[in-house]
Design a protein around this ligand. Structure first.
Ligand code: PFF
Length: 451
């Protein structure tokens, strides 16, 4: 630990924390449902290519900016600038990312609250508390507010403990637990009728649809959301890595874990959909072949699947929603860290105070959204994930490619990695970030604006 700022105490701790941020509802729910509604295996192939060739370079841009600056997103970006307009630009991008992370948390906490109540529901059924079970499984204002606030309090409790004792310690515990539950559930689903058909849909691509522009941009957007890009979160996490560490390989591990968990989640959810279908639950439209209700599927189809399992379904349902809650928590702690680290450093406020203050502000925004679910929920998701994230991710690449002095950038790449100049990363990445990433992200952004 450095004297002034927190720092990850180990490579493993950083990898678990950054992968914990990346792995969330986006992987375990977003990726499989996108795959199912975008041509199955063809989407998987496009996602894999784009995650490695575009999202990984953009992730490296954010981690490099943070590690070089060793400060919150606004200060780290400002350190790269020399001219007044660049400093204003740095503030807009850094502060924009912090706001974006806060707003993402405000809707993420609502969905995570649903996950928490779905985790408790099988417990109440098991002990025969039928009234509580009904209350937990039905949408209501009080239930939604209660569980959203509960989830924010859990997030605040972890973040107020700082980097090493909070983020790192809990990510190291929660991430392996998540993998364990995921594999146990896959093993169970594979024994069920219909699972093999689901596996085929997931793993045997129809190459004719692979260049479909809608499929490509959806896959790229999913990769960016999944790696938590454009929110200043990876800048902050980068700033907690020691300059002795090899950032290039750390970033690669995080990308590999994120993609791997999305892939494994697909192995669970897509066969599970086909198993549910074999049990008579309607999943795909009989006329269009499209997935029926993407958003609510998790709360309708899967509980139906778990019910069909008999007594064991209660335990499987509990494990599944506990898994979703854990994945959401390791992501939400990274979202809260973005505004907290800024407030602590900028206003010299105590971490505990700053965490509770910002947690309370986010809870207020969440409650406003919960009270206007029909109008605000979708709007906040669209503005943050489809507009702000790609735009801010693009700006970070512009910082690395066009504002950061090349000699200083190359030195930053070499830190903790003295032999990097023999690698493909050294030869390609600086150019890639300068030209390919901004153009490709612009395409995603334009697409999301037009659709
Ligand atoms: N990457 C997370 C997921 O896939 O669920 C979502 C996320 C986390 C987005 C952190 C943005 C962020 F800053």
């Amino acid at each position: 630990m450095s004297a002034v700022r927190g720092e990850f105490s180990s490579r493993f701790g950083f990898i678990m924390a950054a992968a914990g941020s990346a792995v969330g509802l986006g992987n375990i729910w977003g990726f499989p449902t996108q795959t199912a509604s975008n041509g199955g295996a063809a989407f998987l192939v496009a996602y894999l290519v784009l995650a490695f060739f575009l999202a990984y370079p953009a992730l490296m841009a954010e981690l490099m900016i943070g590690r070089h600056g060793q400060a919150n997103a606004v200060s780290s970006l400002t350190k790269l600038t020399t001219r007044p307009w660049q400093k204003q630009f740095a503030f807009a991008v850094g502060f924009g990312g912090i706001l974006c992370a806060g707003f993402i948390l405000s809707f993420y906490a609502i969905v995570a609250g649903w996950m928490l109540s779905a985790t408790l529901e099988p417990v109440t059924t098991l002990v025969g508390a039928d009234a509580a079970s009904l209350w937990l499984s039905e949408q209501s204002l009080t239930r939604n507010i209660l569980f959203t606030v509960l989830f924010i309090i859990l997030t605040v409790a972890i973040i107020s403990r700082g980097v090493e004792n909070g983020i790192e310690k809990w990510s190291k515990r929660l991430m392996p637990a998540l993998l364990g539950i995921l594999f146990a559930l896959i093993a169970y689903v594979m024994t069920q009728e219909g699972a093999v058909e689901g596996l085929k849909a997931y793993l045997v691509p129809d190459f004719s649809s692979i260049f479909d522009p809608t499929l490509l941009v959806s896959a790229l957007g999913q990769a960016f959301f999944s790696l938590s890009l454009g929110t200043s979160v990876m800048i902050i996490y980068g700033s907690y890595i020691s300059k002795k560490e090899n950032l290039v390989s750390l970033g690669a591990y995080v990308t590999l874990i994120d993609v791997f968990i999305a892939f494994v989640a697909g192995l669970l959810i897509i066969p599970a959909m086909y198993v549910a279908q074999a049990q008579g639950v309607e999943i795909f439209s009989t006329t269009t072949g499209k997935l029926l209700s993407e958003d609510t599927l998790v709360f309708q189809v899967l509980p139906a699947l778990f019910d069909g399992m008999g007594g064991v379904g209660l335990f499987v349902g509990f494990a599944f929603f506990a898994l979703m809650s854990i994945a959401a928590l390791t992501s939400s702690i990274s979202m809260l860290e973005a505004p907290v680290s800024y407030t602590v450093e900028r206003f010299a406020m105590k971490r505990v105070q700053a965490t509770w203050l910002i947690g309370a502000l986010i809870a207020i925004v969440s409650i406003i959204i919960v009270c206007n679910l029909g109008t605000l929920f979708g709007l906040v998701i669209t503005l943050t994930t489809k507009v702000a994230q790609p735009l801010l991710g693009l700006m970070c690449c512009i910082f690395v490619g066009w504002i950061w002095y090349r000699s200083s950038l190359l030195k930053a790449i070499q830190q903790g990695n003295p032999d990097v100049h023999n690698t493909l990363f050294w030869k390609i990445w600086p150019w890639y970030t300068k030209f390919v990433c901004p153009v490709a992200i612009s395409l995603v952004f334009l697409h999301s604006l037009l659709s």
